[in-house]
Structure formats: structure tokens, C-alpha cells
Write a protein that binds this ligand. Sequence first.
Ligand SMILES: [Zn+2]
Length: 340
Amino acid sequence: MSNYTLKERLLKTLEGEEVDRVPVLAVTQTGTKDLMNLTHYYWPEAHWNANALAQLAISAHKEIGFEAVRIPYCLTVLLEAMGCEIEIGDVTRQTSVRGHPYNSRKPIPIGEFSKEILKKGRIPTMIQAIKIIKETTRDKVPIIAGAEGPVTIASGLVEVTTLMRWFIREKEGLSQYLKYGTDAMIAYANALFDAGADVFAVLDPVASPELINPKDFNEIVMPFYHEISEKLKGHTILHICGEISRILPYIKESEFLGLSIEEKTDIKEAKDVLGDKIKIIGNISSSSTLLNGTYDEVYQECITAIKKGTDVLAPGCGLAPMTPIKNCIAMINARNDYYK
Ligand SMILES: [Zn+2]
């Protein structure tokens, strides 16, 4: 048996130390209907109530066996605090951004980020939930907090097609928005580290090469990622959705400790580019195998991912709410059997 706590094993993995086995966990959302039925903490309440938020997240550790507790269940906490109108969703629909307060052909000056935002919306709820999780898990299970990254923040503030236009025609105005989002994200993440989070995952789906060309990613977005990885107080992970092999050479220099990838990006190819610089997290298909596959299919995909060299076995993206709990448990069993 290992002498590591789950927290030590994950942190050492991200720091690049040899450990006895790959951790198995999620750095993306873990709220599923099966877990809601087991805990009786349901969306949408679990997005707004600190205890429900904490308990549903803890159940992914207790009931599935994921070796971390991960919150929240959406990419709207910061955007809500910044004034975006939020669609609250329901038991199987995540919260989403409904209103984009800065949507305009020409960028409206957004000004400087103010720390007042940290008192707004669900940010105090997140801080309280982290304290509840810390107390419940007695600091042995790593707490992973996640939030929307700067490009996704900008797309929430101005709307995604407007943002795509700004990437071509309004680079200066765009940079002000990315700066604003970066400053907000750093302050928010560090407040969550202060509250007890162990790892912070920056989730930036809108930065995917499926939406932004790799040259713009390198020239416009990367400087903000450098600033984030430099200023965050704790262990950092980046998650970008889709097939991201074209931007891996840039991400390699980002100084994030971990990179969470979907199944569209091959683990072995990613490792060939990243070498030892960034640990790979992933990439069991959350939209296909975990949601619709059989137990055996998930199990086999996990064994393959470990053989290809994943450093942390994890779903490729957020769990779909209808993901069957047995498919998640297949991940734990595959990892355990691999090391028998
Ligand atoms: Zn994703």
C-alpha cells in the first residue's frame, strides 16, 4: 500500500515526482443525476447553496471513488459576478450565460477589474463550499476548483461571434477584455486558494483551435496564460476542449503544471510535444464512452490511456449529467487493476 494521501499523490504528480500510480479523478465538472439521486442535492439548488455544492461534489469522491473533490458544476460563477445574466438550468441542464452585457460591434471600454467582484454572486458561496469540503475531507483529498479562463470570460461578456470578429478587427479592445478577465480570474483563484483549494483548473473552451486560429492564440492569448500561471498561488491546470495539437507547442511554454485534454487530442502525441514540461490529464471521452458506452468500453479506454502515458486518468471534459455512475466506477477499477 502507498503512504501517500490522495492529496499528496496528485500534488507530487503535478510537480513531476514519480508516484506509485496515476491518480484517477476529474478536473472538470462532476455533477451527475445518479449522484444527485444518491445525495438528494440537486441542480440548480446545488449551484447556489454552499452545503449542497460541497456535498454533491464530495459524493463524486465517496460514491465513485474519484481521488479529488472538484467544484463547481458550471462555467458561470465569475461571469455572473461580472454582471452576466445567468440561465439557472435544471437537474440535467448546466447553468449558462443568457445575457452578454458588453455585446457591441465596437468594444465598449470595460475599465479595470475591481476586487468588489469577489463579494458578488456565488463567489462567497464557492469560498464557503471549499471550507466545508476541507473540513469534511480533513485535508487528505485534494480540492480542485475551476473557473472560466480569460477567452471564455470575454466570450461571456460580449458573445462568441462578436468576440471572433474582435479577434480580427478589434485587437486592442479585445486585449482590454482579456486583461480584465485575467485580472479577475487571478484574484478569484487566489481567494479560493486562500480558502483551501489545492489545485486550480483554468477552463478555456473558447480558446480552442476549433474557434481561434493558433497564431492569434500564441500572439494574443498566451501572454495572459503566462501571467495567470505566474501569479496563481497554487498548483495550476489548463483545460482546453477539442483537438488542440496545433497549439501544444505554445502551451508547452505556459508554465501550467497540468494540461487536461479531450479524447480528440491523442495522449501519446501530446506527450511527444510536451515532454516532461506539463503533465497530461485525461482523456476518457465524456460525451461518448462515459455517457453512452458500456462499463467494459470505459474500462478498456482507461487501460489504453494509462498505457499511452496519461499522468492523471480523468474524463476528457465535464461529465454529462446523465453519465451512469457505473461507467465512472469503471475508471477507478481500471486504474486499480492496472497496478495489481
Ligand atoms: Zn472541455
